[in-house]
Design a protein around this ligand. Sequence first.
Ligand code: ATP
Length: 303
Amino acid sequence: MTTDTTTKDTAPGATTPGQTVLDARGVTMRFGGLTAVRNVDLTVNSGEIVGLIGPNGAGKTTFFNCLTGLYVPTEGEVRYKGNVLPPKSFKVTAAGIARTFQNIRLFANMTVLENVLVGRHTRTKEGFWSAILRGPGFHRAEAASRKRATELLEFVGLADKAEHLARNLPYGEQRKLEIARALASEPGLLLLDEPTAGMNPQETRATEELVFAIRDMGIAVLVIEHDMRFIFNLCDRVAVLVQGEKLIEGDSATVQGDERVIAAYLGEPFEGAPGDEEAAEVETAEANAETTTDAAPGKENDR
Ligand SMILES: Nc1ncnc2c1ncn2[C@@H]1O[C@H](COP(=O)(O)OP(=O)(O)OP(=O)(O)O)[C@@H](O)[C@H]1O
């Protein structure tokens, strides 16, 4: 089974090119005496994939929660397509911001298809009585929702599992299902909280392709992830949070090369970083030179 990321469809909630989709200014979140996020500015523009990285406890998830109405920031303001966010998470979803969670939150005993249908509820107009009476309006809306949900399952590569219970899916597929459910709310901005946590390298690579395909549908993406290779391959811009504050923001090469980031977070250069090949060549050349010197006649006598 493969992910059908070849679709050229534009998503219903697609953003207009050049538009500032998310504009967070001076966001501060305090819990009692603890300031988890301090005066953070971040924008996401249409067509962009932006990464948010930082050590454990840096405030990434708290910042996400401020963007989705789960928390109302202590200070600062968040705008989506120019409008200040409503203070309730279901209203934020209705406005056009969808998210996945670090700890998967699926309805374990519902089928895969039903989970995606739940994600569509903010877009269906049929109310309580319509659902009870099951009139023609209800049946039309239900058929349209099922069609869209099935398309989304095809998009993430889970069409053949539509009738499986969510709890029986392998971990990587549960993460894909969370993404399909988030897309069902027809967002213009998708927030992904550690989408590759627990995945093997092949699943991580497939998720990378999936996120590119989501961006190509016209949905801007903001992603938290600890997998640096994933982030630096994927993102147009990366912001680094350390102890609740934004340390730096820039393209992958700028952020990877920043000494404060290396010291605060990356620790060691990661495999596959830009410049790695050149560094490896230099190391090999140096090692060869040492071997040659070691083997040089008379070296022993020099000691
Ligand atoms: N609801 C809360 N009440 C009190 N403190 C909180 C709450 N949520 C988060 N914190 C604290 O805020 C700080 C930032 O936590 P947060 O979960 O946002 O970090 P993170 O960067 O997402 O970490 P990780 O990478 O481990 O998920 C931590 O010190 C955490 O203990």
